[in-house]
Design a protein around this ligand. Structure first.
Ligand SMILES: [Zn+2]
Length: 269
């Protein structure tokens, strides 16, 4: 999931959506026009036929717009950041450092829905399934946007950038209190399910932590932020007790490293 650095294809049939303060856009990644405001540009590519329902879902739930607005509410966003919502044909959402461009894939909606459906067929309530998809897509958006923030704001990265990006997703979700906690836990569950259902043992190792480790990391952050509310997370399969002991300290360090990095760029007021 989420291969990094893939160049995006030319974007045809796009629709520009205003988010917070809006920057300009271009169709194929050439020089950007001068713009008055800073913000994140979102463009929806016309979906391939098989992606239409997923595209409609993302638009209806305003998943991309709300994630971008949440980032822009916290940080003075660099106007060079753009998000394309596109048909990827299974390639996975990604970030292109050359263009400071995030690509979010329509088909990850279906893939995520299927991941949970296979794991919990008896619990496939439509509302719950939708909420899980929104949670995972938000986590993906925050992760990819973190890479763009690191590049455009020249942030000091603490540890490996892929882990740092996961930690930004945790930071953004946990800022939303209980709803965000549930979304981060759903994202953790998706990483866990991806880990246990991945039959492709020949997957090339990449710069990300393993899916299983990403699941445990997210649970550690949720637990560390509010141990009293999440004692049930501590178990050998979900969050081993040995790890849980340090999660309060770990979460404080994660939050401090991101907030320190962002300090000169935080939105005032
Ligand atoms: Zn990444």
């Amino acid at each position: 999931m989420r291969p990094g650095g893939r160049l995006c294809a030319g974007l045809g049939g796009v629709v520009l959506v205003a988010v917070a303060a809006v920057s300009g856009c271009q169709e194929t990644g050439g020089p950007r026009p001068d713009v008055e405001d800073s913000g994140i540009t979102i463009r929806y590519e016309t979906p391939a036929g098989s992606d239409r329902d997923d595209a409609a879902f993302l638009r209806r739930r305003k998943v991309v717009e709300e994630a971008a607005s949440a980032v822009a509410a916290l940080v003075e966003v660099d106007q060079r950041i753009s998000v394309g919502v596109v048909s990827c044909d299974g390639e996975g959402s990604s970030y292109d450092p050359e263009l400071t461009h995030v690509e979010i894939c329509y088909d990850e909606v279906s893939e995520t829905r299927e991941l949970f459906r296979r794991a919990e067929p008896e619990r496939a309530e439509p509302q719950r399934a939708d909420d899980n998809v929104v949670a995972v897509m938000r986590e993906t958006l925050f992760h990819e946007t973190a890479h763009a923030l690191v590049d455009t704001l020249e942030l000091r990265v603490h540890g490996r950038e892929e882990d740092f990006a996961d930690q930004f997703a945790a930071l953004m979700l946990l800022r939303r209190s209980v709803t965000g906690e549930q979304q981060l836990l759903a994202a953790a569950e998706a990483w866990y399910l991806s880990d246990v259902t991945n039959e492709d043992v020949d997957d090339e190792p990449d710069e990300h932590s393993s899916d299983g480790r990403r699941a445990v990391n997210h649970r550690c952050y949720v637990y560390g932020a509010a141990p009293g509310r999440h004692r049930d997370l501590v178990s050998p399969d979900a969050l081993p007790a040995e790890r849980a002991k340090g999660c309060g300290t770990e979460w404080n360090a994660v939050r401090a490293s991101w907030m320190t990095a962002l300090a000169p760029h935080l939105r005032k007021g």
